[in-house]
Design a protein around this ligand. Structure first.
Ligand code: NAD
Length: 307
């Protein structure tokens, strides 16, 4: 049966490094601050905000959350973004998704100061990432590869050798998860395939996913990947977060991978919960430290973590 890739342990280790980085910022007199902005009330966004608030508190990083009413107009939202852009105490800005339907998220994203855009949603930052020279790396995709890198180290596999041979298949092609993950695969000189809903509707995704040495699944569909979709020896990273009501009436969080049938077949797999999610939270704070360093005109660590 598969090795379990433990996201919580990975997040703990990353958090310890981060605490050292934050202390170093203080010592160097560099200011740091994280700001989140939400419009309307969305369950997932609210939970994410509370986790970030707690983590920022534990790390002693000044944090502020602006919660706007769901009916807030686009000009009003843009005005709020402009306030955060202009505030020297804010080094990183995160606009929580999803935004209400009447707001065009691409317009909001374009309004964020690119030097504070820690999720790389502004076209300038998305472009830099696609070119392989990112300013910031979106947290979820970064976490996928951080988990993979950490797992490779733990089993004593050479990262460079592994990625150069690997066929990475990414299921889901969203701007915030799938596409950045594809870019990070390219940055590691891997062979990368992108599978989207249309492949699933026509031929089924199995003919693509079965070739994966690394299968990254970010579709938001519970149970999408089953045993017949994976090959033995695959490493499976499940990004999906779905709510499922069990026979007992209790709501559980499940991924996109049918863990019970897939885990016995593959080489390694991340669980949900306890996989990508915990690492993502810490990564966002880590990127905030990077933004603070860059704002102070100081060199920042290489964000690609390419071996
Ligand atoms: P999204 O809805 O924006 O994009 C989903 C993508 O998957 C789209 O490209 C869609 O075409 C594709 N897709 C949908 N059904 C498919 C199918 N049957 N076969 C192949 N592709 C299919 O979602 P997202 O923002 O990219 O997030 C994806 C999932 O990851 C969600 O469950 C989300 O909650 C979760 N997520 C987790 C984290 C984390 O930290 N763990 C962070 C962000 C998102």
């Amino acid at each position: 049966t598969a090795q379990l890739i433990d996201g919580r342990a990975c997040a703990r280790a990353l958090r310890e490094e981060l605490a050292v980085d934050v202390a170093a910022l203080r010592r160097d007199g560099v200011g740091i601050g994280l700001a989140t902005l939400a419009v309307g009330q969305e369950y997932g966004a609210g939970a994410y905000e509370r986790r970030l608030r707690r983590l920022a508190g534990e790390l002693d990083v000044p944090y502020r959350h602006r919660a706007l009413d769901g009916a807030t107009t686009l000009p009003e939202v843009l005005a709020e973004v402009a306030l955060l852009n202009a505030d020297p105490a804010v080094s990183g800005i995160l606009v929580l998704r999803p935004l209400p339907a009447h707001l065009d998220e691409s317009v909001v994203f374009r309004a964020i100061d690119p030097t504070k855009d820690i999720e790389s949603v502004h076209p300038e930052n998305a472009g830099l990432l696609a070119l392989g020279v990112p300013r910031f790396v979106p947290s979820t995709a970064a976490s996928v590869f951080h988990l993979l890198d950490t797992w490779l180290d733990s089993v004593g596999e050479d990262r460079t050798d592994f990625y150069h041979r690997a066929n990475i298949v990414v299921v889901g092609r969203s701007n915030n998860v799938g596409k950045p993950a594809i870019s990070l695969g390219y940055a590691r000189q891997a062979t990368v395939q992108s599978v989207d809903e249309w492949a699933d509707r026509t031929t089924g995704i199995g003919r693509h996913t079965r070739w994966a040495d690394v299968l990254v699944v970010a579709a938001g569909k519970a149970g999408l990947i089953r045993a017949e979709h994976v090959s033995e020896g695959a490493v499976v990273i499940d990004v999906g977060i779905n709510a499922r009501t069990g026979p007992d009436g209790v709501v559980h969080m499940v991924g996109d991978v049918d863990f019970a049938s897939v885990a016995p077949r593959v080489r390694a797999i991340t669980p949900v919960p306890g996989g990508v999610g915990p690492v993502t939270d810490v990564w966002l704070l880590r990127t905030t430290v990077t933004a603070a360093r860059l704002a102070a005109g100081q060199p920042a660590p290489s964000l690609l973590e390419v071996p």
